[in-house]
Design a protein around this ligand. Structure first.
Ligand code: HGY
Ligand code: MN
Ligand code: MN
Length: 408
């Protein structure tokens, strides 16, 4: 079935290409509740409204743009969409590609005069990256009950601002955040389109893939405390330097990650207090991201890292505590939905991913699936992230085919 798109995804992406550019890091920094993210939400609301969709924001800040059936019944719906927030210095595709493609797909279906037998809703999930408050897929975790309102309200950003304070400053009423079973129950299935964050499609020379699994993954926060002191007057043998412990932990994380086939282990964030050139640090905070498709293996890797970190801290006369910040078990996407998608996207391969997504969190409550669009660089969470305009168009058209098939 060929469909002409009046609302091309490339045109939509170029409309937001200047929102949230990061002049220091390059790429985009669009944290939740920030002016850029709020501007993107407003852009989405206006675009959806111009398509005749009815937009609401739910108790967790998730935007729902509804293509209602004549009955206006909002049950048994097909959901699609993604997120608009980014990592610091991220690309313009991770998240927005799924939102722009969803708008394009709905526009294409409307353009061809298609009338869905079930409602279609485009969802935009705030704080998918967890870049501001440290909890990835924060809003979908709230909605599914995987994160409690109490915990979320007290999460703080790197400046020490709590989620509650940031929400109030952005004018978002957080008084009823929390599990939203009835809201989610309106969805029968959810399909998220996302740029591929790897080179699978390049190697297979295909524009679009269907998701198989998401690697289980977790985040751990290590706080190392030592003795802050003068860099010039403190003899080497008298030091208790948390920076040294942190440096050794980074290499221990790499070694443990390399020692297990198909594991991923990363320290991507490292904060020093007070951070003076002529000052021996008093405290170091670092975050560890570990992933593997077998959850027990992930936990065993973290256990080994923890033991080594404790020995390193002791040897340097420092203290250390390591807290788990989040853990998402490996996601196996719904096989029935995947078969339905395969029946529409005949030649699309099935690929696993190491990246977490709201579709993964929602999979505990409803059948979910994902579509990946080819990324020639294979790079993501970086300004280098890229998708060819032709593949972007193909992705939106294939998403339209899937939505049409599911809502016939
Ligand atoms: O970290 C992740 O895997 C996702 O991009 N939030
Ligand atoms: Mn994403
Ligand atoms: Mn991401």
């Amino acid at each position: 079935m060929t469909t002409t798109i009046t609302f091309t995804p490339n045109a939509l992406l170029s409309e937001i290409a200047d929102i949230g550019r990061d002049p220091v890091r390059g790429g985009y920094s669009r944290p939740v509740f920030s002016p850029p993210e709020q501007k993107l939400n407003q852009w989405f609301i206006e675009k959806a409204a111009s398509l005749g969709l009815d937009v609401e924001q739910d108790r967790n800040g998730i935007l729902w743009a509804w293509w209602d059936t004549p009955s206006k019944e909002r049950t048994n719906a097909i959901g699609t969409g993604s997120h608009l927030d980014s990592v610091p210095g991220g690309g313009n595709f991770d998240g927005p590609l799924g939102v722009a493609s969803a708008l394009s797909a709905v526009a294409a279906l409307k353009n061809e005069g298609f009338e869905p037998s079930r409602p279609i809703a485009i969802l935009v999930f705030p704080e998918e990256e967890g870049s501001r408050f440290g909890l990835a897929c924060l809003s979908s975790r709230l909605a599914t009950g995987a994160a409690t309102p109490e915990k979320v309200r007290t999460l703080t950003d790197p400046e020490g601002i709590t989620y509650a304070e940031a929400a109030e400053a952005a004018g978002f009423d957080h008084s009823s955040i929390g599990a939203d079973k009835e809201g989610l129950a309106r969805l029968a299935q959810f399909v998220e389109l996302h740029i591929e964050q790897g080179k699978g499609l390049i190697d297979l020379d295909k524009p679009v893939a269907i998701a198989g699994t998401i690697l289980g993954h977790g985040r751990w926060h290590a706080r190392i405390t030592g003795t802050g002191d003068h860099a010039g007057t403190t003899r080497m043998q008298d030091r208790h330097d948390p920076m040294l412990v942190g440096a050794h932990i980074i290499s221990a994380v790499r070694e443990e990650g390399q020692s297990v086939k198909q594991a991923r282990a990363t320290v991507g964030r490292f904060e020093v207090t007070p951070g003076g050139t002529n000052v021996i640090a008093s405290q170091v905070d670092l975050w560890i991201d570990v992933r593997h498709r077998d959850d027990e293996t992930t936990k065993a890797i973290v256990e080994r890292i923890t033991q080594r970190a404790q020995q390193l801290a002791e040897a340097e006369g420092c203290k250390i505590r390591i807290d788990e910040e989040s853990f998402s078990p490996t996601v196996h996407f719904d096989s029935k939905l995947r078969e339905a998608m395969k029946s529409v996207l005949a030649s699309a391969p099935v690929l696993d991913t190491g990246a977490g997504h709201d579709a993964g969190i929602l999979s505990t409550h409803i059948p979910t699936g994902m579509l990946f669009v080819r990324n020639p660089t294979g790079t993501s969470h970086s300004p280098a992230e890229f998708a060819e305009a032709e593949d972007v168009d193909t992705g939106a058209l294939r998403l339209a085919d899937v939505l049409r098939h599911l809502s016939l």
